[in-house]
Ligand binder design. Sequence first.
Ligand SMILES: [Fe+2]
Ligand SMILES: [Fe+2]
Length: 423
Amino acid sequence: MNKRRISWLFLSFVIALMTGSLFLAEVGIPFSWARADVPTRTTPFPASLAPDQVCLTWSGDPATTQTVQWRTAPDVAEGAVEYRVKGRESTESIRVKADRSVIEDPLVVNDPVNHRFSAAMTGLAPATTYAYRVGDPAADRWSDWTEFTTAPADAGPFSFVYLGDAQMGFEEWSGLLRKARDHRPETAFFTVAGDLVNRGNDREDWDGFFQAAGGVFDHCPLVPAVGNHEYTREMNPRLYLELLTLPENGPEGYFPERIYSLRYRDALFVVLDANLPPAKQRPWLEQQLAGTDCTWKFAVFHQPIYSSAPRRDNPKLRKEWGSLFDKYHVDMVFQGHDHAYLRTYPMRAKKPVASPAKGTIYVVSNSGAKHYDQEPRDYTAVGFTNVATYQIIDIETEGGHKLTYRAYDAEGMLRDEVVIEKR
Ligand SMILES: [Fe+2]
Ligand SMILES: [Fe+2]
């Protein structure tokens, strides 16, 4: 190889490296050039023999299944969930053995290895409250009994809570989460639109998140979307995927558990990964929206279609997904990433329209302690910043179909409200 060729090869390598890092910066993923001197860390919440971080998710139908995950210290070799219909204490519980994975982070010096357990309860009766506990059957060491309620199999009223980025300031966030739970204790689930944590591949950050959510997600499922902060460094939301068991009903062979759909009563929820190329998810998204008979259609993902913050815009999302939300009339889109509150007018073909019957309402919100500036835009119906909020969505079915969406601040003060009615 002559000198000139070697120089060209070297130059190409440098350009490829720079382009790669610029791309990562563009999508909001910090790029680390070297990890050789990464400092060690400690977790304030090390695992023990007793199960903790007990968290419900769905990996199947909310009417007939319930998934639960938890962690222990590595001395606990096996895990299981026991469950029975609430109120039938005399009947024998069903026991399901959990899958175990080893979560290793040698940099967390006071707790480098955790065992993570995940178990799916299947064949459940719809609209039924179950009591359950998780633990180590060999040592007969269990969590307290707690409970969850399966979704009714038919159409009918229900409520859910939507939260934007939790990300940092988990102590305050814990208060806001509990406020939301106490405000609507019968909520069917909590959906969080990405950036659950700030450093997605640092386990102690997740320890803080689960500690803050203790006593909430153990009886009310978490329905998450993946944010850019879950992707930190390795372009792979490794811990997000290891810690949470989610539906694998997304695009065939394409990043399972990051893209999925759920049906709850008469509502379809499509969860997308806005970190990945939107065009690749479009055919599956179209299939979901075209194939549903649900009255209500919602989408949840992280980076917003209509941005709230200055100098941010996501035209590709608008082109690839927004056009489908128009075509199939998605009712509301729940997003995060811009760390402020924004509700758009009903939008169609990138323009405000007269009523929700004609367009889609897009919301950005923020549940954590990090706030960004906001720039008013021609699509802004309601916008403000420096306020963490939770959103309660109530769906009623008496005398038609009615959705009431309300945003509240951490004190429970009403900050925004919109109603959508269908005949
Ligand atoms: Fe964020
Ligand atoms: Fe983000």
